[in-house]
Design a protein around this ligand. Structure first.
Ligand code: ZN
Ligand code: ZN
Length: 360
């Protein structure tokens, strides 16, 4: 099968032929329908997060089940599925206490002595349990969930990472309640989804903050009530003034130490700052210690603290009923061969999201 491979940090992906194995007892073979280009892929391509190479990148995807292992009972051939990198085992401490998105059990991967799921000359690594920039995926059954067949698969793919990450940060990690106030720094796919999640949760005011003015209208379509162009004004000061003391919930969706500090600094007493963006390994975040006397909280949010087999079908229903905005998030549909151009567009920061659509 064709796949987009990262061989060297800082270099473009290469389209190569990669072999894929047959499903083991708990595995699912999926024909990839669509795969979104996510900013975290770029972090690995640029080396701000390490990954063993060569690897097939991509982790935001949807597809159709082709074949399942002998012990798989959750999906069957023909099912439409969304994948999730939060593969879970179902019986570790994290899974059993309701934090399955924190599970890192090695059971969801193949053992060292087993044949690899992906192979090529010189070896090939699977990435984040998925490797979606490929015509097929071979994954653990607990890394995908079946969805209703009338859901368009290109939009379903977005639910696989950015939408779950953003919406989940609002409704799960920070638990936004009706009437509370929210600020979101960064209006890419994840930030727009956090805005959308806060709107679904009933937030009264939602401040969208970005340095690209064209993001303002887009943010409003996702449910923002105010747009702050941080290139022109001090976003922290603006938010504190407009809310008379700060917001209940702030979300950082870029991955910079500076904006993480801003998210914390724009909280009201008792407020919670959620860091969703991937801050490069080794960078520190510093905040004023005295602020903790106001019970302000600073916390990470990974993949929207998801329970994805429950969440994703619900998000699909939200889309089908018009509450979840996905059409506006796709700025272009591309072919696998155009993956590098898609990442170049992402670096320019204007587009919300490129989605690779595979031939049916
Ligand atoms: Zn992602
Ligand atoms: Zn587990």
């Amino acid at each position: 099968m064709k796949a987009a491979v990262l061989r060297e940090v800082g270099k473009p992906l290469q389209i190569e032929q990669v072999q894929i194995d047959k499903p083991g007892p708990h595995e699912v073979l999926i024909r990839t329908a669509a795969a979104g280009l996510c900013h975290s892929d770029l972090h690995f391509m640029q080396g701000s997060y390490p990954h063993p190479l060569p690897a097939v990148l991509g982790h935001e995807s949807s597809g159709v089940v082709e074949q399942v292992g002998s012990e798989v009972h959750t999906v069957k051939p023909g099912d439409h599925v969304i994948t999730c990198l939060s593969a879970f085992c179902g019986h570790c401490e994290f899974c059993l206490t309701g934090h399955m998105s924190l599970c890192v059990s090695p059971e969801t991967k193949r053992g060292k002595d087993d044949p690899p799921r992906l192979s090529a000359e010189g070896g090939m690594m699977q990435y984040l349990n998925l490797s979606s920039f490929a015509e097929q995926m071979l994954i653990h059954e607990h890394a995908c969930v079946a969805i209703r067949p009338d859901m368009p698969l290109d939009r379903a793919a977005l639910i696989g990472c950015s939408v779950t990450t953003g919406v989940g940060a609002a409704i799960h990690t920070s638990n936004v309640r009706p009437g509370e106030t929210v600020a979101v720094i960064g209006c890419g796919g994840v930030g727009l989804s956090a805005i959308n999640g806060a709107a679904i949760a009933g937030a009264s005011r939602i401040f969208a903050i970005d340095t690209v003015p064209s993001k303002g209208n887009l943010a409003m379509e996702f449910g923002a009530t105010d747009f702050i162009n941080a290139a022109d004004v001090d976003a922290v000061k603006e938010v504190i003034e407009a809310t008379k003391g700060g917001v209940h919930h702030a979300f950082e969706a870029i991955g910079l130490a500076k904006t993480a500090e801003q998210a914390f600094n724009m909280l009201r007493r008792g407020g919670t700052a959620n860091i969703i963006g991937m801050i490069p390994v080794g960078q520190m975040v510093s905040v004023m210690g005295a602020a903790f006397l106001g019970e302000k909280k600073l916390q990470g949010s990974l993949m929207g603290s998801n329970r994805f087999p429950v969440d994703m079908p619900r998000f699909v229903d939200f889309y089908m009923s018009g509450k979840l905005k996905l059409d506006q998030m796709i700025s272009q549909r591309i072919k696998l061969e155009q993956v590098n151009e898609g990442f170049e567009d992402m670096k320019r920061g204007e587009l919300a999201r490129s989605v690779i659509v595979f031939d049916a």
